[in-house]
Design a protein around this ligand. Structure first.
Ligand SMILES: CC(C)(COP(=O)(O)OP(=O)(O)OC[C@H]1O[C@@H](n2cnc3c(N)ncnc32)[C@H](O)[C@@H]1OP(=O)(O)O)[C@@H](O)C(=O)NCCC(=O)NCCS
Length: 180
């Protein structure tokens, strides 16, 4: 049960209000068995920056409830300076979609950064009792902000439809209590 008081709409915020960037140099402790940076290291980095962005937008605790479309485009290497930039793309009543773009550049070279990964995450703002609480509505300003909002709505519809389809399938096909 959401913990808001009905009739007290929160003021809107533009996409830029909570935009956040984190930067980190990748070291030997970040590698996988192939010698490149472990995908899980990048995923944690993405979750960290997105959580900071969602917390700033919502003005308090926001929990990751969904991470999808984590796209790894190019391997990240030891010695890369990685920047992860997050912004809120869409807001519902208590949930937000945050988009993250990750780029890498050599820590000691002045060359253009490479886009290495992108991700979309859903956060829910919660109160002290971990109950969903309302978030300030996003007020898209630029054409890019409006495009992000429209695309985020498509992703949300797909997420909810997928969740409902699986729920329905499980209802129609109950688990065998003896296994499987
Ligand atoms: C966050 C949490 C309190 C939400 O509880 P809940 O019972 O799912 O809450 P609701 O059903 O009211 O949903 C809250 C919002 O999430 C959205 N949501 C829920 N499941 C979703 C899904 N699969 N995809 C997209 N949005 C989803 C709902 O649409 C709703 O958004 P809205 O208010 O903007 O319309 C609960 O899921 C939780 O505690 N999860 C664990 C989070 C966590 O610990 N994360 C860290 C991982 S280590």
């Amino acid at each position: 049960m959401p913990s808001d008081t009905p009739g007290t709409p929160l003021p809107g915020k533009p996409n830029s209000a909570a935009a956040t960037t984190l930067s980190q140099i990748m070291t030997g402790s970040d590698t996988n068995l192939y010698g490149t940076v472990h995908g899980g290291v990048i995923m944690k980095f993405v979750d960290d920056v997105a959580a900071a962005c969602a917390g700033r937008h919502s003005g308090g605790t926001a929990l990751t409830v969904f991470m999808d479309e984590m796209l790894f485009l190019v391997p990240v290497k030891v010695g890369d300076l990685v920047h992860a930039s997050a912004q809120v793309n869409w807001t519902g009543r208590t949930s937000m979609e945050v988009g993250v773009r990750v780029v890498a550049e050599r820590w000691n070279e002045s060359v253009p950064a490479t886009h290495v990964a992108s991700a979309y995450l859903v956060f829910v703002a919660v109160d002290a009792e971990n109950r969903p609480r309302p978030v300030p509505p996003l007020t898209p300003v630029t054409p890019d902000d409006r495009r992000r909002w429209a695309e985020a709505e498509i992703r949300r519809q797909h997420r909810l439809a997928r969740r409902e389809a699986i729920r329905q399938h499980r209802t129609d096909n109950p688990r065998n209590p003896n296994g499987g």
